[in-house]
Design a protein. Sequence first.
Length: 442
Amino acid sequence: MNLQAPSRHRNADLDAVLADAFERFTAANPMSRERHQGAMASLPGGNTRAVLWYRPFPVTLVGGEGCYVEDLDGHRYADLVSEYSAGLYGHSDKTIAKAMVEVIEGGLALGAPNRYEAAYGAAIVDRFPAIERVRFCNSGTEANIMALSMARAITGRKKIIAMKEGYHGGVLTFAHGGSPLNLPFPFVFADYNDIDGTLALIKEHAADLAAVILEPMMGGGGCIPATKEFLLALREATQKAGALLIFDEVMTSRLHYRALHGAHGINPDLLTLGKYLGGGASFGAFGGRADLMDRFDPAAPGAFSHGGTFNNNLLSMAGGMAGFTKVLTEEASRAVNERGDRLRGALNKALADHRVAGVVLGRGSLMNIHFVPGPVTSPEPLDHVDGRIMSLYHVEMLLRGQHVTPRGMLALSIPFGDAEVDGFVAAFDDFLATHRSLLPQA
Ligand SMILES: Cc1ncc(COP(=O)(O)O)c(C=O)c1O
C-alpha cells in the first residue's frame, strides 16, 4: 500500500509550509530553545531519552495539573502524550500524591521488605488473570529482559520469536531494522497478525525456541490491535512447541481493568508490566505462572537470583498501589477507555470528512493517527508515511495547544474529559482544513 506519489510542486510546498511552522514554533518558544541549546553542553544532543527529541527542538515542561501541562514559555497544553501512556492518572492525582508524601516523610531507602510490596503484588495477582506470582523491577525494558532471560534459562533453548517493528525497550527495539544496541539474543522475526507465517516460524524453530514475545496491541508499532485469532493461534502453537508465550503489557494493560489479555480471555505464560503502574514513578514488573515464577524463591534449590536495588522502592510501591487500587477502579478504567473509543471515532470521521487518506488505529485510551489509508493490520504500510507530514501535524498541534507525540500516538489520562476530547477534535479538524492540500488525498 503506497501513498500517492506527491508532485514536485506539492513537495516544495510541504517544505515551505513546514519551515514556516518551525519558524512560528521557534518564535513562540524562546525559553525552551535556550534551555535545549544549553543542555547540549552536558547531554548528547541535549537529550537523555530518545523519544523526547524532535525538530526543531522539544518544549521544556515545567509542570502539570490534571490532564494539562505547562511549558517554560508559559503555554498550557491539553496533554495527549500522557508520558507515553505512563501518565494514566494525569499529573496531580491527590490520592497518589498523598501516598508518596507519606513514604517520603516516613523514611526512604530502607533496605528491607516494606509494608507495600506484598500488598501491591497481591492486588496485581488478584486483578490480572495471567499473573499468579509477580516480581517488581524498575522499567518495562528490565521486565522484558528478565522474562526473556528466564524463558531461555527454563527451557534450555536460545531463540526468541518477536514481531517486526515491535518495541519492548531500549535494548529490544525492532523498528526500522532494529538497533545495534539490542541484546545479542538470536531473534527471529514474524509479521504481526500473520497467523500462517508465524505458525510456520514456530514450527521451523521449535527445537531451539525459548519464547514468543509480542504485545497484544502493538503500541510503539502504531497501535495495531492483534486479532484474537492470532493470539489464540500463538497460545496453542507455543504450548505445542514447548516454548513460553510472553505478552508485553507494559502499555496495553491500561486498556482493560483486567489488562488486554484479560479482555481477550487468553493467558500467556509470562506477562510484563510497566508505565502507569508506578503511579508516576519508575516501574517494571514481570509475572505469570507460579511454577515458572517460583524459580525465583531464594529458598528453592537452584533458585534464580534477581537483584535490583530499587525493585521495591517505596515511591513506586506506595504510589503505584494507591493508583492501582484506589484510582483505577473498574469504572474509571471503563470510562477512560470508552472516552478513547469516542475520540478515535471522531478523529476517523474528521479524516473522512476532509477526504484525507488517514486512519486512527488503536483501542480504548491508546491510539495512533496515521496518514495512510486504512484499514491497517500490520506495521508494514505505516513505513511509507512522509516524515515531514508527521512533523507538520506535530508542530501544528502543539501550536494549537495540544501536547502530542511526533509519531501520532495519543494516550488519554483519567482526568481527560469530554471537553478535552471535543477540544482536540476541533484542533485536529482545523489542522486538516488548513493543510488538506498537502496531505494524502482519499
Ligand atoms: C510495549 C513496551 N514494552 C516495553 C517498554 C519499555 O519500558 P520502559 O521505558 O519502562 O523501559 C515500552 C516503553 O515504551 C513499551 O511501550
